[in-house]
Design a protein around this ligand. Structure first.
Ligand SMILES: Nc1ncnc2c1ncn2[C@@H]1O[C@H](COP(=O)(O)OP(=O)(O)O)[C@@H](O)[C@H]1O
Ligand SMILES: [Mg+2]
Length: 146
């Protein structure tokens, strides 16, 4: 049977650490290596940071802006989706390019999506202006222990 995890929390930077560690804890039963765990945490952290930093630029929301994480584990294939209901991305293809950022003023490097791609085995970004963003990542865990 497929095992899964669903998490919803406010889009606050103080939740980034909790979110990446929650996903890493969920993946423990697939017996990940230390390196796989670190890579997974980095990828999830970048996706959550993006939702915190970019998704909800306006401050006055009726409902608190939220981030949703869904993860499932099927054999050694871990799928993680980090989703928000924020402003969305107009040009996803451009956003995926290394060093692309719309926040050059801050300490953003434009390398978030590049890191997510290199630390996972697959990345799909679904987004449109006003329709939020869903970042789906797949990572094969514990393959070396099989
Ligand atoms: N959840 C999101 N909601 C809206 N825009 C996003 C989101 N995630 C990423 N983006 C857009 O994609 C760009 C690239 O993201 P990323 O590669 O992580 O670089 P950075 O976060 O350093 O700008 C961001 O600058 C932003 O414009
Ligand atoms: Mg980023």
């Amino acid at each position: 049977m497929k095992n899964y995890l669903k998490l919803t929390f406010p889009a606050l930077s103080e939740n980034e650490s909790f979110a990446r560690n929650a996903v890493a804890a969920f993946a423990v039963r697939a017996n990940p290596t230390v390196e796989e765990t670190e890579d997974l945490k980095t990828a999830v952290s970048e996706a959550v940071t993006n939702a915190v930093v970019h998704a909800y630029p306006q401050k006055d929301f009726d409902a608190p802006p939220e981030i949703h994480i869904e993860a499932d584990l099927c054999g050694n294939a871990l799928t993680v989706t980090v989703r928000d209901e924020g402003v969305g991305i107009a040009d996803v293809e451009a956003a995926l390019q290394p060093f692309f950022t719309t926040k050059e003023d801050d300490e953003r490097s434009g390398m978030g999506f590049t890191l997510m791609q290199s630390f996972t085995d697959g990345l799909t970004v679904t987004s449109a202006p006003g329709a939020g963003t869903a970042v789906r990542m797949i990572k094969f865990i514990g393959a070396k222990n099989a």
